[in-house]
Ligand binder design. Sequence first.
Ligand SMILES: [Zn+2]
Ligand SMILES: [Zn+2]
Length: 313
Amino acid sequence: MGFAIRVYKFREGEVVPVDASVVREVLEPYAPYDVPDGQSVEWVRAADGSEADVHLDHGVAFDRPGPGVLDPIAEVARRTRAAVLLFGDPAAAIVTCEEDRAHLPEDLREVAVVAPSSVLTGATIQQVIRPRPEPRPRPALPPFPYHPDPVATGSVTAAAETCVCCGYDQGWICTGPVYGADVPDGRVCPYCVAFGTAAERYGAFFNEVEARRMPDDVARRIRERTPNFATWQDWDWPAHCGDGGVFLGAVGAEELRSHPQALDHLRRQCAEWGWGPETTEGFVGALDKDGGQTAYLFRCRLCDTHFAHADFT
Ligand SMILES: [Zn+2]
Ligand SMILES: [Zn+2]
């Protein structure tokens, strides 16, 4: 265990020195040696025999503290009104009041726990820094050539949910609707989508496609074996260069700025609708990836062109 617990004091996000004489006063009884005058305690041993190396600079760092050392650490924090910090993943911080939390750097402020001085003991520290349960390991997702990152687009999400098709909790579930007359109620896992099991078993499908603009096997792949994504209006999965487009995600005006090709494509669609430049610019400028009028970004696998499709109202 190469971890260290640090006791640091912060004011407005910056480290300020702790009172070295108070630190010495607290730690000296735990030092298993005579601490020379004017020097700080560099080694402590608790009643249970556990030890820690101690480094004092602006704050105090306790290297590999054993369980018994947590009590003197808590005492140093109480007496100096400093924060107890554990860096690492996840980081942890304990402060004794809300006011002190406000002085922490931003990233620590969010994770900090407030334990009033009266209850800040070694046991409190133990509780806060106790290794937390590891997130459940999830299997790799199957490849979706026309929807390569369905987790990023929100179409597949981590879940402990039984798939209505295979009957297993696979750790992942598709969030979108499943179409088809014989489809049971419920959601399906991405494996039953990718391997065509849901399509075979229930005649399920997930998307409508611009069928005559792409080969049948591509159309079937997108229709039956590709997770769908939420749109405000129904429209068919678009094609480019005789192939299905690769769906990259929902975009708004801001995201489209870095895809000028896709933006131009949208403007041309607006022009085809008979919109003038002013209406068009008003429309594309108001696009929002999270709601209202949204655009959907695609890439062509053959010519690499980015293009967008929008919900028109
Ligand atoms: Zn399944
Ligand atoms: Zn193309």
